[in-house]
Ligand binder design. Structure first.
Ligand SMILES: *Cc1c(COP(=O)(O)O)cnc(C)c1O
Length: 383
């Protein structure tokens, strides 16, 4: 299947017509169990927590677009992250980027600290990270690149190499780029993780997660924990993602085209202090981004001139950009991380990372770009 291009894979891998009826769309196998002809004799499916044909189709498609041998689809992005932590032997050391998704930070700092040891470090500083890896000898390095919300980019190839030297696994949360713009396994990572809730499904109507890997041993270990613990995705949700994923390529292109224009518009706007977008030459890791990614995505972070009051007025006056958590849907969203998505990170930690009260995050949708810019302009005039 790998000779197909991305645009073809999202439509055809896992999208074969139903062999029994010819239905062009995959059936939703809304079943919990499967009949056996004799004890232990079945067609590869026993119980839906373990396997489901609709979910298998989605896993096949996702593995192919991440250039991976295997994929496991989970109930949410965070349940995938939890399974990776359950797989590590008790007392493992984990080095994690210091600007990760708020829920990842909460999971590591509030749920798992009695089981493993976590160190949160700036993974964009390679020389410092290398020393940290050599002294700590972690079992696993957790990268999110670009990060949420500061869009910092870490060098996946260089860090995977450092990790391998000490026998550590490298996990990359690739939610922001989607498999269309970045394929971490090609750069040496061991596991790629996605919140499918975001760009992969793309329609803000499903919560889901996925992990892709080439190692069969890793796949089997993670599958054991998934089956033993139980965070599987429902057949209907897997079916919805199979539907959404067909347009992943064209959606990502449209997200990026709009985001690039809006980032440029914001960069010259008098009410804006600073814009962070990997596609702008002003982004501190723009060159690394060009090398490691195939595009720059649909997420923009900017700092409004002023503080919490100006931000509040701006956020109350945007109309097309809906004020909501989450990202990656066809509709544009705006988020205030300090109050919303990153509130679980203490204020002093937040500010030491650069998440100030005037930081606003945009998930640029695929609406008409002029309409989006008019909406922002109107809100600026009232902020
Ligand atoms: C949303 C998100 C997650 C968590 O995924 P859920 O599907 O909400 O559990 C993890 N990482 C990133 C970067 C995210 O944006």
């Amino acid at each position: 299947m790998n000779e197909m291009k991305f645009e073809t894979k999202v439509i055809h891998v896992g999208g074969e017509p139903d062999p029994t009826t010819g239905a062009i769309m995959p059936p939703i196998y809304q079943t919990s169990t499967y009949v056996q002809s004799s004890p232990g004799e079945h067609k590869g499916y026993e119980y839906t927590r373990s396997h489901n044909p609709t979910r298998s189709r989605l896993e096949e498609c996702l593995a192919s677009i991440e250039n991976a041998k295997h994929c496991l689809v989970t109930a949410s992005g965070l349940s995938a992250s939890s399974l990776i932590m359950h797989m590590l032997p008790k007392g493992s050391k984990v080095i994690c980027g210091d600007d990760v998704y708020g829920g990842t930070y909460r999971l590591f700092s509030k749920v798992f600290p009695d089981i493993h040891h976590y160190q949160f470090v700036d993974t964009t500083n390679l020389s410092k990270l290398e020393k940290e890896i050599e002294t700590t000898k972690p079992a696993l390095i957790w990268l999110e690149t670009p990060t949420n919300p500061l869009l910092k980019i870490s060098d996946i190839a260089a860090i995977s190499k450092m990790a391998k030297k000490v026998g550590a696994l490298t996990v990359v949360d690739n939610t922001f780029m989607s498999p269309f713009f970045q394929n971490p396994l090609d750069h040496g990572a061991d596991i790629v993780l996605h919140s499918m809730t975001k760009f992969i499904n793309g329609h803000s109507d499903v919560v889901g997660g996925a992990m892709m890997m080439n190692s069969t041993e890793l796949r089997d270990k993670l599958f054991f924990y998934q089956n033993a613990i139980g965070p599987c995705q429902s057949p209907f949700d897997s079916w919805l993602v199979l539907r959404g994923i067909k347009t992943l390529a064209i959606r990502m292109k449209a997200h990026e085209q709009n985001a690039m224009r809006i980032a440029q518009f914001l960069e010259q706007h008098p009410k804006v202090e600073r814009v962070v977008y990997p596609g702008l030459a002003s982004h501190p890791q723009h060159d690394l981004g060009r090398k490691q990614m195939k595009g720059f995505g649909g997420m923009i972070t900017f700092f409004l001139k002023g503080g919490i009051e100006e931000s509040r007025r701006f956020l109350e006056n945007v109309k097309l950009f809906s004020l909501a958590e989450s990202l990656g849907g066809v509709e544009s969203l705006v988020d205030h991380p300090a109050i919303m998505t990153h509130a679980s990170i203490p204020k002093n930690v937040r500010e030491s990372l650069g998440i100030y009260d005037n930081l606003i995050r945009l998930s640029v949708g695929i609406e008409d770009c002029e309409d989006l810019m008019k909406d922002l302009e109107k809100a600026f005039s009232k902020s």
